[in-house]
Design a protein around this ligand. Structure first.
Ligand SMILES: NC(=O)c1ccc[n+]([C@@H]2O[C@H](COP(=O)([O-])OP(=O)(O)OC[C@H]3O[C@@H](n4cnc5c(N)ncnc54)[C@H](O)[C@@H]3O)[C@@H](O)[C@H]2O)c1
Length: 258
């Protein structure tokens, strides 16, 4: 018995990092998984690898900042698997020139909001009607520990977008609670994925982050995927509007142990 048997799961940003780990795990737990990403080749490769292990996955190209592309993505889920029960919104960006209030370019601010916040809203907005047809569903949105606190190195656009994700998730949770759609936010600490490659390859910025993590290391994509699995599954049937911090203790600490 898998924890997502008979469920159809759509994972945006599913070709890399946290989304890729969740694509594998959700499929192994019995879901039929649609991997949606702007990098179609990578999504197809991952779907093929999951299929070759005897599980069910396919891929679709999407730009989550584009309304018609998002509508097509949800239509493909319905056409391929007949329904939609789980949405995990992992598509996100963190450009290198996202910095302080005065030096972040306007174009970077707009780019980040268009994917991390607007793209997530568009994905939820397209998925909800199909979930209602299915009698309900579970949405897991990826926010961040920076939804709760300022980052050690300035990144105003990204942090603002993740604050928005958390607030939006709560709004949707309340609006759909009695229609059997649960909406929760998962809030990772720094995780070793391609998103943080630039930041973590700079020893000074790496240590500036590491010093704040009580557990003493960065997280792994699989550790976020496992927490997302709980929220996505019926094990979390009374959990909605929650924010689940999976951050190695960052938000619990004032100072870290030696
Ligand atoms: N890595 C971390 O430390 C960390 C911490 C907190 C939150 N997050 C969040 O987790 C989510 C996943 O990040 P990750 O670390 O796995 O990064 P990643 O770069 O490995 O994966 C992000 C995926 O999103 C896809 N994507 C980007 N823009 C897209 C668009 N417009 N349309 C469709 N797909 C798009 C990329 O192609 C990529 O496959 C993001 O929302 C990120 O903000 C990451």
């Amino acid at each position: 018995m898998g924890r997502l048997d008979n469920k159809v799961a759509l994972i945006t940003g599913g070709a890399s990092g946290i989304g890729a780990a969740a694509s594998e795990l959700f499929a192994k737990e019995g879901a039929k998984v649609l991997i949606a990403d702007r990098d179609l080749d990578k999504a197809l490769d991952l779907a093929k690898s999951i299929d070759s292990q005897g599980y069910v996955a396919s891929a679709v190209s999407v730009d989550v900042s584009d309304e018609s592309s998002v509508a097509k993505m949800v239509a493909v889920a319905k056409e391929s698997y007949g329904s939609l029960n789980v949405l995990f919104t992992c598509a996100g960006v963190f450009p290198g020139d996202d910095g302080g209030v005065l030096d972040t370019p306007l174009s970077t601010w707009d780019f980040v909001q268009s994917i991390n916040l607007k793209g997530l809203w568009l994905s939820c907005r397209a998925a909800i009607p199909v979930m209602l047809e299915a009698g309900g569903g579970s949405i897991v949105n990826v926010a961040s520990f920076v939804s709760f606190m300022g980052a050690a190195t300035a990144q105003v656009a990204y942090t603002a977008s993740k604050g928005g994700v958390l607030a939006l998730s709560r709004e949707m949770a309340v609006e759909y609670a009695r229609k059997n759609i649960r909406v929760n936010a998962i809030c990772p600490g720094p995780i070793e994925t391609p998103l943080l490659k630039e930041l973590l390859s700079d020893p000074e910025r790496r240590n500036r982050r590491l010093v704040h993590i009580p557990i003493g290391r960065f997280g792994k994509s699989e550790e976020i995927a496992k927490a997302a699995l709980f929220l996505a599954s019926d094990d979390a049937s009374f959990v909605t509007g929650a924010s689940l911090l999976v951050d190695g203790g960052i938000t619990a600490a004032y100072v870290t142990p030696e």
